[in-house]
Design a protein around this ligand. Structure first.
Ligand code: NAD
Ligand code: ZN
Ligand code: ZN
Length: 345
């Protein structure tokens, strides 16, 4: 089969690999029909993610059809259409029993990281019963690719951890797919203001169409001053970091109002300063989280009901044979206007 291989920092290739086989009774082999690329894949390619070794098939998002199942799988059978969660969960360990699937002792974020991932024709899914979701009969598959990672990530790490409330003020630093997923799901709670911050005017325009009440290009002028001006001098109750570089976490520290929350989503590859000399007295909280995908069943229902349409995040389509072009398009988003790119196998 064809698969996109991480070959070390700055290096990737589409290669031939053997089709994966069942290794444990709980495994399923899924024929991937659609996958996509995440900002995290770009972090891996920058060398930011030490657990991902060269030779790995990348990708932790996708939908597909069950090809075969191990003897221990009871919820899925050959031919079932499935949504693949970016988080693998056994459902039984101490962390899983607490709903913290991202820290499953035999799972967590392993797909396209510690084990081969979804940017391939087939993928092996461990703990299939508790790591796959059935796709409802009428569902639009493409939209559901947004549920593997970005929608639960924006919602859990950004909106829930950030304690977005009716009437509150929110700033989201980073208007990429994850920041926009946080923007879409923050609106479940009717905050009074959602201010999007990015360097890319295209993405900020998109954010306004997705419900942002304000948009700031932090490459042009002082973003913190502009946020203060928009919030009566106070800053925001929730500052969501959705980029993963020092500058944006530092900006969140400048944006947060007394009593507020900085909810980090970004994958960071370097250390960042924490300005306790200004923050110690401000009653703030800082949260970090690897997405648990505990909210995926809820988000599936919301998408099915039509209340949000994550397909709006899809800008480009490619075939697996052209996945290197897909990476090029996704990584040059400012020039190409890309948000999520769908890759069909
Ligand atoms: N915590 C988790 O579980 C989890 C899950 C998935 C993704 N992530 C992370 O979330 C982050 C966002 O993912 P994405 O797919 O949206 O990435 P992306 O690269 O598509 O988007 C990042 C956005 O940040 C903007 N940006 C870059 N530098 C900036 C700066 N200095 N100031 C303001 N904006 C800046 C870019 O223009 C871009 O629009 C990544 O770090 C990704 O690894 C975390
Ligand atoms: Zn991801
Ligand atoms: Zn577990």
């Amino acid at each position: 089969m064809k698969a996109l291989i991480y070959r070390g920092p700055g290096n990737k290739a589409l290669e031939d690999r053997p089709k994966p086989t069942i290794q444990d009774a709980g495994d399923a082999i899924v024929r991937v029909t659609r996958t996509t690329i995440c900002g995290t894949d770009l972090h891996i390619l920058k060398g930011d993610v030490a657990t991902c070794a060269p030779g790995r098939v990348l990708g932790h998002e996708g939908v597909g059809v069950v090809d075969s199942v191990g003897a221990g799988v009871s919820s899925f059978k050959q031919g079932d259409r499935v949504l693949i969660s970016c988080i693998t969960a056994c459902g039984r360990c101490e962390y899983c029993r607490r709903g913290m699937y991202s820290h499953c002792t035999t799972g967590g974020w392993i797909l396209g990281n510690e084990i081969d991932g979804t940017q391939a024709e087939y993928v092996r899914i461990p703990h299939a019963d508790t790591s796959l979701y059935p796709i409802p009969a009428q569902a639009e598959e493409e939209a559901l690719v947004m549920l593997s990672d970005i929608l639960p990530t924006g919602f859990e790490c950004g909106v829930l951890n950030g304690k977005v409330e009716p009437g509150s003020t929110v700033a989201i630093v980073g208007s990429g797919p994850i920041g926009l997923a946080a923007l879409l799901t923050a609106q479940f709670y009717s905050p009074a203001q959602i201010i999007m911050i990015d360097l890319d005017d295209n993405r900020l325009e998109m954010a306004k169409r997705f419900g942002a009440t304000g948009a700031i290009n932090s490459g042009k002028g002082d973003a913190a001053e502009q946020v203060k001006a928009m919030t009566g001098g106070r800053g925001v109750d929730t500052a969501i970091e959705a980029v993963g570089v020092p500058a944006t976490f530092l900006l969140c520290q400048d944006l947060v109002a007394p009593g507020g929350v900085i909810a980090n989503i970004g994958v960071h590859g370097t250390k960042v300063d924490l300005h306790l000399e200004t923050l110690w007295s401000r009653n703030i909280s800082i949260t970090t989280r690897l997405v648990d995908t505990a909210t995926t069943p809820m988000l599936l229902k919301v998408v099915q009901s039509g209340r949000i349409d994550p397909a709006r995040l899809i800008t480009h389509h490619f075939k697996l044979a052209d996945i290197l072009d897909a990476y090029d398009t996704f990584s040059r988003a400012a020039a190409t206007g890309a948000l999520k790119v769908i890759i069909e196998t």
